[in-house]
Write a protein that binds this ligand. Sequence first.
Ligand code: DX5
Ligand code: ZN
Length: 224
Amino acid sequence: MLEIIPSILSADFARLAEEIARVERGGASMLHLDVMDGHFVPNLTIGPPVVESIRKTTRLHLDVHLMIENPDFYAAAFVQAGANSVSVHYEACRHLDATLGIIRSAGAMAGVVLNPATPVAVLEDVLEVADYVLLMSVNPGFGGQKLIPYVLEKVRKLDSLRRQKRLALPIEIDGGVHRENLADVVRAGCDWIVTGSAVFHSPDPEAAVREMRQIAAQAAAVQC
Ligand code: DX5
Ligand code: ZN
């Protein structure tokens, strides 16, 4: 299922409920929440209390992206706060299989994230126990960066790997996606498309989501 998923990293945090209502009116059914700890990435964002407050303001699927060290220790708290899906970085997990198990038993979908430089091949076996895979198309930490083009080749590789294994898991992409490169991203095989600055830095976030949903649907229709 093709989804345009606004990332609140570029939203106005003082008016978060309004910002969320705007993208919801634009047709978004999922919201991407970036959690950064100042260690795994050189930036700091939000923790479970903020997710809990967001949960109270919206019924959208909350997709939490953990860019933190020691995710085993924190993942369940994000599920309890209301996350519907939680993804952890391959690069931050010493026991990835166990970490995915923690997320699933807490009651959320469990995703694995790869940094741009980490090859898709490392996922070959763990794909069976992941609910989705997030391929970073920028180095994590900040919104507003440029999409790294070689990541689209990784999307194609992962798409053929999931076909080979007959797995239906969604491929998510995160970083530098905007109207102009969106069709390429869809044609490469992405299902869940995160977009931050292209939505929240536009004068009309509602229209931006609506337009991106149309572009994505058209690109998918041409592909078939
Ligand atoms: C970056 C975050 C992204 C970010 C994307 O580390 O994981 O979710 O919000 O923002 P844009 O779409 O501006 O690249
Ligand atoms: Zn993210």
